[in-house]
Write a protein that binds this ligand. Structure first.
Ligand code: G6P
Length: 597
């Protein structure tokens, strides 16, 4: 989704802004632009990839030591040059970049037009530049505060004015981070854009505005009250957000899983589970898990784990459904929010709804310091490291293991003993994931044989039904092939009508509970000449009789099978998309962090 970068200091701003924009590319966008102050305000923007816009408008040649830049992901108005950010006011003195959605923009637009402002774009964002112009009397920060008092909706904003040596930033519901190093100040919607310059960050809260000058930051609220802010230090390295020789970030992140999974366990696994959960979860009578996308699939696995291990009734909901259905949650309930980015708009709104109703809230989050992490009462960081590929991989496996630890912790809090065998099974996961990754070449070969099909079905049972959903999601996200995940037994209630020799069916078929039933489902597919790819337990030779291709995974506890099973499905999706020469890391229409409803 949209990205913001800003710089004020002593170096030429344009090359720094351009590099920052490139670091935000992974979020998904359709246009890019920049405004630099160099005596006057210089504006360049257009539709297209950053590379194409730069070729057309030569950002690099711009002088000036302060500026703001943006990648736009269209919500209001089609992607074209005029709708790209920055947006300017009537005088051309003010430029703004905006993430989020202004909900009352139609009313404000009409009002501004009546007052004589000339609005030239189809966006909601442009009105902010005109509101600032309306209230401007020489104090930029003051006019931004007054403008924002008129606005309903969400924003992360950066603003420059041709007569001011400052960048003004503001936040409401859309992340904004400030970084200071010496006499230089940076701002961005996402830490990865400025991480190479500084790791010391200030996180703006909703309702805060700030004036950024070289090496100095002053934060106030909308009523002009000064706010005291602390610096927080980000633990990620630049190397972690680069490709390290892999063709795509997604492939690198798939391969990192044997290492990244260790970070969820570190310091938390022993005779007892140590999660440093704030407050008491002992008395919790019900768990509700809320999330979107891949995180929602992890939530579905979490339900199996918590009900089976901790014996606490658990429900799962999509964030967008939860927040609007007036959910029956309150004191005594633990509501868990899973989000890689910690910024997903629907999940954040769901968190606020649960808090309002008095439930205890917990975040299972990757990005440290993100909004959901900060607003949850307690939480578990999954420590997967930066995930750049839009399709989530390593965050998913870490989320599942974090849920496993939560299930064990909840069981422990009811005076249960953690099974030592389970602990050693968990500890053996990195090695098992590594051995599945060794199957990459073979999975690539299978991908070659199936890449030209238009439909896929993924079937699993029990704790691996969500694995089927996730396998199908991975394939459709990046290869644009239609794929559906189903509980295997539901096949007979519909999908079986689709099966013929053109329909590859991926079965999650580990030995253990439900195996015989899965084999019967495979027989039914075989009888209709469907092609079968089976994810099976090492040593299961019998399955070769039914499956056209078998990918073996090591044996592990039933509860942990989703962690080894998903790896071949991620690789299969990756190779199919790569064979089709698609933009694996930045699939069309998708965004890494969905900060609008
Ligand atoms: C987007 C991403 C998905 C992600 C989902 C939820 O749709 O493309 O990969 O699973 O958002 O994101 P979150 O950051 O809340 O886990």
């Amino acid at each position: 989704m949209c990205g913001i970068v800003g710089y004020i200091g002593k170096r030429r701003a344009a090359p720094l802004l351009l590099k920052g924009l490139r670091r935000l590319e992974y979020r998904g966008y359709d246009s890019a632009g920049m405004a630099v102050i160099d005596g006057t305000l210089i504006l360049r923007k257009d539709r297209g990839k950053i590379e194409q816009v730069d070729n057309r408008h030569n950002f690099e040649e711009l002088d000036g030591i302060m500026g703001i830049a943006h990648t736009r992901w269209a919500t209001h108005g089609e992607p074209n040059q005029k709708n790209a950010h920055p947006h300017i006011d009537c005088t051309g003195d003010v430029a703004i970049v905006h993430n989020g959605i202004i909900e009352n923009y139609m009313t404000l637009r009409e009002l501004l037009a009546r007052e004589g402002h000339s609005l030239t774009t189809d966006t909601d964002s442009e009105i902010i530049a005109h509101l600032i112009e309306k209230f401007y009397t020489g104090d930029l920060l003051g006019s931004v505060r007054k403008a924002l008092m008129q606005v309903q909706g969400t924003y992360g904003l950066a603003i420059v004015h041709k007569n001011h040596d400052e960048i003004v930033v503001a936040r409401n519901g859309s992340p904004l981070i400030i970084g200071v190093r010496g006499d230089e100040t940076f701002t961005a919607s996402d830490a990865s854009a400025i991480l190479e310059h500084t790791k010391k960050m200030i996180y703006l809260e909703d309702g805060e505005v700030a004036s950024l000058r070289p090496g100095r930051v002053m934060v106030r609220d909308l009523h002009d009250k000064e706010m005291k802010k602390n610096h927080e230090t980000i633990g990620w390295d630049l190397a972690e957000i680069e490709k390290a020789g892999f063709k795509h970030f997604m492939l690198k992140e798939i391969f990192e899983q044997s290492e990244s999974i260790k970070n969820v366990m570190r310091g938390r696994l022993g005779k007892k589970i140590k999660l440093s959960i704030k407050g008491d979860i002992k008395g919790c009578g019900r768990v509700v898990i809320v999330a979107c996308g891949t995180s929602w699939h992890a939530a579905l696995i979490g339900r199996y784990l918590i009900e089976k291990i901790a014996k606490i009734p658990t429900e799962v909901d999509c964030s967008s459904e939860f927040r609007y259905r007036n959910p029956l949650v309150g004191p005594g309930d633990l509501v868990v929010f899973i989000s890689q980015s910690g910024e997903t708009a629907d999940t954040l709104a769901a968190l606020r709804e649960a808090k309002k109703k008095g439930a205890k809230t917990m975040g299972i989050i990757n990005v440290v310091g993100s909004t959901i992490a900060r607003e949850s009462e307690t939480g578990i960081y999954i420590h997967a490291g930066p995930e750049i590929g839009v399709a989530s991989t390593k965050a998913y496996t870490n989320q599942i293991l974090a849920l496993m630890l939560l299930a064990l912790d909840l069981m422990q809090s009811k005076d249960g003993d953690v099974d030592e065998k389970m602990i050693s099974e968990i500890k053996s996961l990195p090695g098992k994931i590594e051995s599945v990754l060794q199957e990459d070449k073979r999975i690539h070969a299978i991908a070659r044989e199936v890449a030209d099909h238009n439909n896929f079905l993924y079937l699993g049972r029990g704790i691996n039904y969500p694995t089927a959903l996730e396998g199908a999601l991975k394939l459709k996200e990046i290869s644009y092939i239609h794929a559906e995940g189903y509980p295997a037994a539901e096949m007979k209630h519909g999908p079986i009508a689709l099966i013929d020799e053109n329909m590859p069916v991926v079965f999650i078929a580990n030995r253990g509970k439900g195996y015989d039933k899965i084999i019967s489902n495979m027989e039914e597919v075989k009888a209709r000449r469907g092609k079968i790819i089976a994810i099976a337990t090492e040593g299961d030779n019998e399955i070769k009789r039914l499956a056209d291709w078998v990918i073996y995974v090591p044996r592990t506890a039933d509860e942990l099978t989703p962690l080894v099973n998903v790896i071949p499905l991620q690789l299969l999706a990756y190779h199919v998309a790569d064979i089709k020469e698609l933009d694996v890391d930045k699939p069309r229409n998708l965004a890494k962090s969905v900060t609008v409803e």
